[in-house]
Design a protein around this ligand. Sequence first.
Ligand SMILES: Cc1cc2nc3c(=O)[nH]c(=O)nc-3n(C[C@H](O)[C@H](O)[C@H](O)COP(=O)(O)OP(=O)(O)OC[C@H]3O[C@@H](n4cnc5c(N)ncnc54)[C@H](O)[C@@H]3O)c2cc1C
Length: 459
Amino acid sequence: MTSDDSSTTELSGWGRTTHKHCQVRRPDTDGGVVDAVLADPKVTIRGAGKSYGDAALPGEGVVLDMTARDRIISFDQGNGVIVAEAGVLLREIAEQALPLGWLLPVMPGTEWITVGGAIASDVHGKNHPGAGSFGRHVRWLALLRSDGVPTQLSPGQDAAAFWSTIGGMGLTGVILQAAIQLHRVETGWAVRQRHRTGSLAETLSLLEALATHQQADPNHHVVAWLDARSTGPSLGRSIVDEFHPATTRDLPAAVPPFPERRGRSTAARPVRSLPGPGLMSRATILAASATRWHLSRSRKSQLVPLHSALCPLDRAESWPAAFGRGGLTQYQFAVPREEAAVLREVLGYLSTGRMAPALATLKNLGFGTAGPLSFPIPGWTLAVDLPARWLHDPEALRPIDKLVAAAGGRVYLAKDALTDPDLIPVMYPRLPGWQRMQARLDPERRWTSALAERLGLLR
Ligand SMILES: Cc1cc2nc3c(=O)[nH]c(=O)nc-3n(C[C@H](O)[C@H](O)[C@H](O)COP(=O)(O)OP(=O)(O)OC[C@H]3O[C@@H](n4cnc5c(N)ncnc54)[C@H](O)[C@@H]3O)c2cc1C
């Protein structure tokens, strides 16, 4: 494809809150990527568009869609290193590698994201205390600078530029391809243990206890699903799911080591948003959340396919459509471990403001990376899905921004749609150093995004 081949399309983030008519270029060769980049003074890089907010939407200029760069270049089955173009979906890697006994070391809540998007957001999974975030498993990556010059980066080769790209939100250059180290597994199954807690204190102490196992085993996954209806002493009561990959000894004789996956076309049309407010009224949210908590019981253990254990939301592909025309906002933040009181304050603030989240998850985070804009810090991360129409007042979540920033925490840029820009330098204190590196890697001042403009990420 040449750089002249472009189309105008309406794009949004996964949350469907902001829609923009964009000029999109979708090159299918490295040469086409270079041409597309050099043809326009302002470019926003986009993967599968699964960021909730405006990270992959343009501020000005064109959108460079990387999804046609979707070849797996090599896979060394001896050492588990896979080299993939940036537009390859994590699902594709899982499908190729899992039957051969290799698992992506970090899986976010969906497999429908690209390698480029996983690196640019430095995504994390439910096993963060042991595995860290995605960037930790990238052996090297090829980056196209804004002057059209490709460069190879790794932790040992221009490390500062490498780490500025890990979590750099597509603002340091186009990730063309990357080498990723996979983890060995014996089967494609997970052993799940489900626990039920009666309060936030109980949820936190269970997560603390499980973090010890997670630190010892990078394949140990834990997530708490909070009941949005709970208030008072039961605020923060949860279903806590714990998974680890099954060994062959965990499987009954009749069960094949790798479950068959039911395919789904990657070209599946997105489900249309329901009219008006969709299904998400306060009443439906509260009823569904409480019913789920009441119906679940702590169980001994259960075998589940690994992909559905790690990416449960992929079964609810029409989730954003259920929020109606206004879409959904996910507000995700992290705070240090000793600042757990902020979690209570935030949940209390949402419940007294009658903003019960349609989904609320709490996870342990283990340690940060050298990436100045990388989200994870040691502590807790809480993510809440809210109907965006509840937030038509942009000030609605400002008190939470302030609590998070004052506690030494930060919001997750890949999910963000409305954080107070003045607090970003407080939340990301290494922003000035990252900006200096960004300027070095972007001599043409070409890279942009609606997120970068809204939050003033670029100098
Ligand atoms: C249901 C669901 C569950 C999720 N769960 C999690 C989770 O558990 N943990 C987590 O960390 N995240 C999670 N996410 C967020 C998601 O993993 C990130 O937003 C991810 O970056 C999306 O990747 P993408 O390919 O869709 O990229 P896009 O959304 O298209 O882009 C994301 C960012 O990456 C940049 N980018 C994309 N491709 C390139 C490239 N080739 N070169 C340079 N920059 C590029 C873009 O400019 C943008 O800044 C979830 C999202 C959904 C929809």
